[in-house]
Design a protein around this ligand. Structure first.
Ligand SMILES: [Zn+2]
Length: 96
């Protein structure tokens, strides 16, 4: 239970998962997950590092890079759709 205050961050989004363990670099995240690798023969719990959306640190996820890419593509598509809708609204406002 940490009561650290949320640090203001004007360089983008705040970390969406502050409760997750963070790593300073991909290499550090990889080193950590390699150390906790289960005994030979057990393949569960493979973790993959990914850069936090806040851009300041790395987390580990159970999602494979392929799954992450699919999720990222969906988020990008949603953002593009939202931007297009916003642009359409702006155009309408300018036209009236
Ligand atoms: Zn984060």
């Amino acid at each position: 239970m940490s009561s650290a205050p949320a640090q203001p961050d004007d360089a983008g989004e705040p970390c969406p998962t502050p409760e997750k363990r963070t790593y300073r670099s991909k290499a550090k995240a990889n080193r950590y997950q390699r150390r906790r690798r289960p005994p030979a023969g057990e393949k569960k719990d493979r973790l993959y590092p990914y850069l936090c959306p806040c851009g300041e640190h790395w987390h580990l996820t159970h999602q494979s890079p392929a799954q992450q890419a699919r999720i990222a593509a969906r988020i990008a598509a949603q953002a593009a759709a939202a931007a297009a809708a916003q642009a359409a609204r702006d155009e309408e406002r300018e036209a009236s």
